[in-house]
Design a protein. Structure first.
Length: 215
């Protein structure tokens, strides 16, 4: 099987790992677009070189693929010691597969960038814009719930997910791992289970570590 998926963030997959437990992380809650959070407070510039955005996608049974995107720019705002608002932009054409090599790596990346998935020629960037940040209790890893408008291709949906956020006078570090359903953003290729071993799961794993420095 030479065709599989992504998403973002993220995801797609062709072969290798022996697991059938699907993408990792909680499923993000998805709603319609919300108003962006007010940008009032101290500004922090996102460091694209130090930040990471990873994706993972799954086919049937043992088929799995993963990779990365580059974050090109962004800004976070901190008010009263807490992340309050922000945006960051992703270069869709930077999509990279990290588990294949040579011909198969190139074919997978080209297919994910095609109109079947991201259509990166027409939509070269994706964007995430924070609409709310709320304290989270009872979670041993994460301390906030982040909500934001995620724009992929020509579609924008609001997603909410748990995150670990550390804020200091000099920097902000925000980490999260969750899954989204790619069909919400019009990526329905290979989503019919009758395709058998060519079926691509609609869930895509997304993991990011955003680092920003005070301006």
């Amino acid at each position: 099987m030479k065709k599989l998926v992504l998403v973002l963030v993220a995801g797609a997959f062709i072969a290798t790992t022996a697991c059938n437990n699907g993408p990792k992380g909680e499923s993000a809650q998805v709603t319609e677009t919300q108003q962006a959070a007010a940008s009032q407070g101290a500004d922090y510039a996102v460091d694209g070189a130090a930040s990471t955005l990873q994706w993972s996608g799954y086919g049937p049974a043992t088929k799995e693929h993963k990779g990365t995107f580059k974050i090109t720019e962004g800004k976070l705002t901190v008010a009263n010691g807490q992340l309050a608002s922000g945006t960051f932009t992703v270069d869709v054409n930077s999509l990279n597969n990290s588990d294949l090599e040579g011909e198969y790596k190139g074919k997978l990346e080209a297919h994910l960038k095609s109109a079947d998935f991201f259509n990166s020629e027409k939509y070269p960037s994706a964007k995430f814009e924070i609409t709310g940040v709320q304290p989270l209790t009872g979670d041993s890893v994460n301390n906030y719930t982040v909500s934001g408008n995620l724009t992929l291709k020509d579609s924008t949906k609001n997603i909410s997910f748990p995150a670990k956020i550390n804020v200091s006078d000099a920097s902000v570090d925000a980490k999260a791992t969750f899954t989204i359903n790619r069909t919400w953003w019009g990526m329905s290729y290979g989503n019919d289970q009758s395709l058998g071993d060519k079926f691509i799961k609609p869930e895509v794993g997304v993991s990011f570590d955003i680092k920003a420095n005070k301006l």
